[in-house]
Design a protein around this ligand. Structure first.
Ligand SMILES: [Mg+2]
Length: 390
C-alpha cells in the first residue's frame, strides 16, 4: 500500500457568544482534520490540535512540508514515517506547530491500519482494559463580564453540567488570584462538597501567584490544578507540586517523548495530560504513556477538537491500564466539551456518535464501538460546508 495524497481541512464557524480562557477570548470554533489517501482506496482520518489561525499554518505544514516527505511511503510503516518526518523537521521544530501537524498525519495512519486489518483502534493499541470510560465535562469558560456576573453564570452552568450526569467538571480561572478563589469558592458551593471539581489556569501565573491560588484550592478540595504556570517553567511546577496538596496537572502544551521526559523527570506533575493531536500522534502518545506508567503518574488525556479527536481519545482510554491497579482503582476520564452545542462533535461523523447521550443514559460513562480504525468518518458534505479556504 502507498500513500497517494494528504489533504488538510480546516473547519470554522462563529459562536453565538464569545468564550475565553486566561489568555484570550475567541469568537470562532475551529477544527483541523487530516485526510490521508492510499492507492488501495483506504482513507485514514486524523486531527491536529491548534485553534484559530494556528490551524491554517498547520494546514500549510501538513500539505506543503510533510506531504512531500511521505508520498509513496507505505502508510503501515508508522514508526518509520514518524522518525523520518521528525528527523527532517528537527532543525526547525522540535515542539509546536510542526509536531501538531505531524500528529494529525500519524493518527490517520493508525486509522488506515485499522481499516486495512478490520480492527478497531483500541485493539491495535493493546486491547480493552476498560469496558467504559468515565467522562468529565469542561465548561465555565471566561466571558467579558464582571466577576459577580461570572459567579452567577458559573453557578448556573455548574448545575447544568452536573445535571447532565458528568462524573466531574472543570472550570477556567485566570482573573487574578483573589478573583479566581472567589469564583472557585462559588462553584464549589454550587456543586456541593463531594463532586469532583477541577480548575484550569492555562498557564496564567508565575510561581508566587500560583502558590497563593494553590493554597486556596487546598481548602476547597479541588481535584486538580491544571497548567498553573508556564509549560517551560519546570522549576516552578516542581516547587508548586511540593508545596501544595492539590494535585498538579499539566502537559497539554508539551511535545514528544523528549519534552515529556523532561516534564516527568523534573517531577513537575501529579497528573499527566498528553494531547494526542498535538504531541506527535498515537505513535508518540504510546511512548509518553509508557513514560508516565514507568513513573506511576496517572494519565488523563487532554481532549480538544472535533469528534475525530474524541473518538481517538476514547479508544486510547479504553486501552489504558489502571495504575498501579487494585480492587478500587482511580480511573482515567475522558474530557468533553459542554459549552454551547459543538457541531464539530455532534454533526461531523457519518456514524452514530453521541457522547452526551451516553453520559446521560449511562451514569456518566462512554464506551467505544467495534467500528474499524478510529470508528468514525467525517461527512464530506459537512466538511465542504464549514471548510475555510484562505
Ligand atoms: Mg487545559
Amino acid at each position: 500500500m502507498k500513500i497517494t495524497s494528504i489533504k488538510s481541512h480546516v473547519l470554522r464557524y462563529e459562536l453565538e457568544k464569545e468564550l475565553g480562557y486566561s489568555q484570550q477570548y475567541y469568537k470562532h470554533r475551529t477544527a483541523h482534520l487530516v485526510e490521508v489517501q492510499t492507492d488501495e482506496g483506504i482513507t485514514g482520518w486524523g486531527e491536529c490540535f491548534g485553534p484559530g489561525n494556528i490551524a491554517l499554518a498547520n494546514k500549510f505544514i501538513v500539505e506543503k512540508v510533510i506531504q512531500p516527505l511521505v508520498i509513496g511511503e507505505d502508510p503501515l510503516n508508522k514508526e518509520y514515517i514518524w522518525q523520518k518526518v521528525y528527523n527532517l523537521l528537527r532543525d526547525s521544530g522540535q515542539k509546536g506547530m510542526p509536531i501538531q501537524a505531524l500528529s494529525g498525519v500519524d493518527i490517520a495512519l493508525w486509522d488506515i491500519l485499522g481499516k486495512k486489518t478490520n480492527t478497531p483502534l483500541y485493539q491495535l493499541v493493546g486491547g480493552k482494559c476498560n469496558n467504559e470510560v468515565p467522562v468529565y465535562g469542561y465548561g465555565m469558560m471566561l466571558q467579558k463580564k464582571s466577576v459577580d456576573e461570572l459567579i452567577a453564570l458559573f453557578k448556573e452552568e455548574s448545575k447544568q453540567i452536573k445535571s447532565k450526569n458528568f462524573k466531574a467538571m472543570k472550570m477556567k480561572v485566570g482573573l487574578g488570584p483573589n478573583q479566581d478563589l472567589k469564583l472557585v469558592r462559588a462553584v464549589r458551593d454550587s456543586v456541593g462538597k463531594d463532586f469532583k471539581l477541577m480548575v484550569d489556569a492555562n498557564h496564567a501565573y508565575n510561581l508566587k501567584d500560583a502558590l497563593y491560588i494553590g493554597k486556596g484550592l487546598d481548602e476547597l478540595d479541588i481535584y486538580w490544578f491544571e497548567e498553573p504556570v508556564a509549560p517551560e517553567d519546570y522549576d516552578g511546577y516542581r516547587e508548586l507540586k511540593q508545596k501544595i496538596s492539590t494535585s498538579i496537572a499539566g502537559g497539554e502544551a508539551e511535545f514528544t517523548k523528549y519534552g515529556w521526559n523532561k516534564l516527568i523527570s523534573n517531577k513537575c506533575i501529579d497528573i499527566a495530560q498528553p494531547e494526542v493531536c498535538g504531541l506527535g500522534g498515537i505513535t508518540e502518545y504510546l511512548k509518553v504513556a509508557a513514560l508516565a506508567q514507568a513513573n506511576f503518574i496517572p494519565v488523563i488525556n487532554h481532549v480538544w477538537g472535533s469528534a475525530v479527536s474524541i473518538a481517538v481519545n476514547l479508544h486510547l482510554l479504553t486501552a489504558q491500564p489502571d495504575m498501579p491497579g487494585g480492587l478500587f482503582p482511580s480511573k482515567s476520564m475522558l474530557e468533553f466539551d459542554t459549552t454551547e452545542k459543538n457541531i464539530f462533535i455532534t454533526d461531523l461523523p457519518n456514524e452514530e456518535f453521541s457522547i452526551l447521550d451516553q453520559v446521560k443514559n449511562n451514569n456518566g460513562f462512554a464506551s467505544v464501538t467495534d467500528n474499524v480504525g478510529i470508528g468514525i468518518n467525517p461527512d464530506e458534505d459537512f466538511i465542504k460546508e464549514f471548510e475555510v479556504n484562505e
